[in-house]
Write a protein that binds this ligand. Structure first.
Ligand SMILES: Cc1cc2nc3c(=O)[nH]c(=O)nc-3n(C[C@H](O)[C@H](O)[C@H](O)COP(=O)(O)OP(=O)(O)OC[C@H]3O[C@@H](n4cnc5c(N)ncnc54)[C@H](O)[C@@H]3O)c2cc1C
Length: 484
C-alpha cells in the first residue's frame, strides 16, 4: 500500500508492497481473453480473482498472488424493444456487459423511455456483485430485487466454456447466479434484464444535526415515530436509505433519499403529513427537499449522492422482518438496540423497504430472508490511518462480538445481505442464504469441481482459509489462500 494510505500498525513506515492486490491483471476486452485466463489459472493452479468496480465491502476482488480478471471495460449495452425469453417473458429488455455500472444503466433506461431495477449507488457494477448477490434498489418495494428480473446470463465456466444460462438451458446455474453470490460460479460476461415502463417518482432529502434544543433524545424520539410507520411506507411502495453518524461530537442524520415511485408530490406529502406533524410537536428541525420527476432516472440522479467509502472501516448488518416491525414491543426493543450501539459509538445506516407480495414464490437464489424484510440495518465503525492498532481492533471486535449479536438476538432466524455485511459474519451460510445453501453448494461443486473460483464468504469458500490475520481476528487478503 502507498505509505500515506497505510495504517501505522500495518507497517506504514517500512515499505511499499503489492499487498493483497493480484500480481497479474487482465484488462478484459473480450470473452476469449476471459476463457484464456480461466484456463491458465486452472491449469497452473493459480488463484483467480474477478474484479469489476472493486466496491465489495468484503474486499472480494483482491487476493495475494492471484491473476485478476478486470471486467470494468466490458461496457456494451443493447436495448430490445421486444425480447422473448424462455420462461414466458415477452417485452422490453436490456443486455448489459459485465462492466456496465448503475449510472450507465439508468442513463440508457431514460434514453429508451423505460425503467430498470438497479441500486442506489451510482458507481456500483450492475452485472457483477450487485445483481448476482440479489441487488436491492430504490424500486424494491414495488419491483422486488434486481435478480428477480434477469432473463438470460452469458457466462464463462470453470472449464473455460462460454455458455448461456436461462430458464431452459443450464437452469441450475441460472438459478444460482440470481442471488447466490458472485465470484464463485463462473465469470458472467453479460446479462439480459427486464425493462419496465417509465415511472413518475417523488424523492425526499433532508439532514439534521443534534445540538442546542435539538437533543439526542429528540432525534431518537423522531426516529421512533418514523419507524412506527415503516410497514405503511413500504406497503405504499416507498423506500428510504438514511444515516445517523457521529460527527464532531453530535449526531448527524441525513436522509440520503426517500423514494416514492408511482407517486406525485401531493400524494407523497399527504401520506407523510401525520409523521411531520408529530416531528413538529417533538421539535425536529426539518427542512425537506422534495422533488417530483416524470421518470425514475432523473429523480435518482438528483436525489442520490456519489458515495465515497474508505477502507478504514468495518460494517455489520441485519435484516429486521415484518414480524418485528409490526409488533410494537419488538419494534421498540429493536430501536433500543439500534440506539444502544449508536450510543456506544457505532454509526448507523437504515433502509426501509419491502419485497412486494408474491416475491417469495420467485424461484431464484435470493436470500429468502429478503422476502419479509421491512428494515435493513447496518452499523459501521471507522478510524483514521494514524489511530493505534488497539483502538481499531477494539472497534472491530465490538462490532462483531458485542453489538451485532444484540441485533441478531432480536431477529432470530432472519439473516443479512451478503454484499453489505460483516467480513467475518458468523454462520454466514445461514445468514446470507438461509435454506438455499445446500442447493447452492451442490451447484458450485457441479460447475467448479476444481475450485477455480474463490471469493471471501462465497458459496464453497468454507474449505479455504487465509494463512494470516490482521489485528488477530480479520483474515488478511495479503496472505496465502490454503485448504483448511
Ligand atoms: C457506494 C456503494 C453503494 C452501494 N449501493 C448498493 C445498493 O443500492 N444496492 C445493493 O444491493 N448493493 C449496493 N452496494 C453493494 C454492492 O452491491 C456490492 O459492493 C457489490 O459486490 C459490488 O459489485 P461490483 O461488481 O461492483 O464490485 P466488485 O468488488 O468488483 O465485485 C464484487 C464481487 O463480485 C464478483 N464479480 C464481479 N464481477 C463479476 C462477474 N462479471 N462475474 C462473476 N463475478 C463477478 C467479484 O469477484 C467479487 O466477488 C453498494 C456498495 C457501495 C460501495
Amino acid at each position: 500500500m502507498p505509505p500515506n494510505y497505510t495504517a501505522g500498525f500495518l507497517g506504514r513506515a517500512v515499505n511499499c508492497s503489492v499487498g493483497g492486490f493480484p500480481e497479474y491483471s487482465v484488462k478484459v476486452a473480450n470473452v476469449a481473453q476471459i476463457q484464456l485466463a480461466v484456463n491458465i489459472a486452472r491449469n497452473l493452479n493459480i488463484r483467480l480473482v474477478i474484479k469489476n468496480t472493486g466496491h465489495d465491502f468484503g474486499a472480494k476482488s483482491t487476493g495475494k498472488g492471484a491473476i485478476n480478471l478486470w471486467t470494468h471495460h466490458l461496457k456494451d449495452a443493447e436495448f430490445y424493444q421486444r425480447y422473448q425469453a424462455p420462461g414466458g417473458y415477452d417485452g422490453p429488455a436490456f443486455k448489459f456487459g459485465a462492466g456496465v455500472q448503475v449510472e450507465q444503466a439508468y442513463r440508457l433506461a431514460k434514453q429508451h423511455n423505460v425503467t430498470v431495477v438497479g441500486g442506489e449507488g451510482k458507481s456500483v457494477g450492475f452485472v457483477g456483485g450487485y445483481i448476482q448477490g440479489g441487488g436491492h434498489s430504490p424500486l424494491t418495494s414495488i419491483y422486488g430485487m434486481a435478480a428477480d428480473h434477469v432473463l438470460s446470463i452469458q457466462v464463462v465456466t470453470a472449464d473455460g466454456q462460454f455458455i448461456t444460462a436461462d430458464a431452459k438451458q443450464n437452469s441450475d446455474l441460472f438459478w444460482a447466479l440470481r442471488g447466490g453470490g458472485a465470484g464463485t460460479f463462473g465469470v458472467v460476461t453479460s446479462m439480459v434484464v427486464k425493462a419496465f415502463p417509465k415511472i413518475r417518482t417523488t424523492t425526499l432529502t433532508y439532514n439534521m444535526t443534534t445540538g442546542g434544543n435539538f437533543t439526542r433524545e429528540k432525534l431518537w424520539a423522531a426516529q421512533r415515530a418514523y419507524i412506527d410507520g415503516f410497514e405503511r411506507y413500504a406497503d405504499l411502495g416507498y423506500y428510504s436509505y438514511y444515516r445517523i453518524r457521529h460527527v464532531g461530537g453530535q449526531l448527524y442524520h441525513d436522509m440520503t433519499s426517500m423514494v416514492a415511485p408511482n407517486t406525485t408530490e401531493a400524494e407523497f406529502r399527504a401520506s407523510m403529513a401525520p409523521l411531520w406533524a408529530k416531528w413538529e410537536e417533538i421539535g425536529v428541525p426539518f427542512a425537506p427537499v422534495i422533488r417530483e420527476l416524470d421518470n425514475f432516472s432523473d429523480a435518482w440522479e438528483l436525489a442520490f449522492p456519489h458515495e465515497v467509502w474508505t477502507w478504514t472501516m468495518r460494517q455489520a448488518s441485519r435484516f429486521v422482518p415484518r414480524s418485528v416491525i409490526s409488533d410494537p414491543v419488538k419494534r421498540a426493543a429493536m430501536v433500543d438496540a439500534i440506539k444502544g450501539v449508536s450510543d456506544e459509538g457505532a454509526n448507523i445506516l437504515l433502509f426501509n423497504m419491502r419485497n412486494p407480495p408474491g416475491s417469495a414464490a420467485i424461484d431464484n437464489a435470493v436470500n429468502p430472508a429478503w422476502r419479509d424484510v421491512l428494515m435493513f440495518a447496518i452499523m459501521f465503525v471507522n478510524w483514521n490511518v494514524t489511530d493505534p492498532a488497539p483502538y481499531a481492533e477494539q472497534l472491530s471486535r465490538n462490532l462483531t462480538y458485542e453489538w451485532n449479536p444484540r441485533w441478531r438476538a432480536l431477529t432470530p432466524g432472519s439473516g443479512t445481505y451478503m454484499s453489505e455485511s460483516d467480513y467475518i459474519e458468523p454462520d454466514w451460510q445461514q445468514s446470507f442464504h438461509g435454506d438455499k445453501y445446500p442447493r447452492l453448494l451442490s451447484i458450485k461443486q457441479k460447475w467448479d469441481p476444481q475450485d477455480v473460483f474463490y471469493a471471501t464468504n462465497a458459496v464453497g469458500s468454507e474449505k479455504w482459509q487465509l494463512s494470516e490475520t490482521i489485528m488477530g481476528h480479520l483474515p488478511s487478503q495479503n496472505s496465502k489462500l490454503c485448504l483448511k
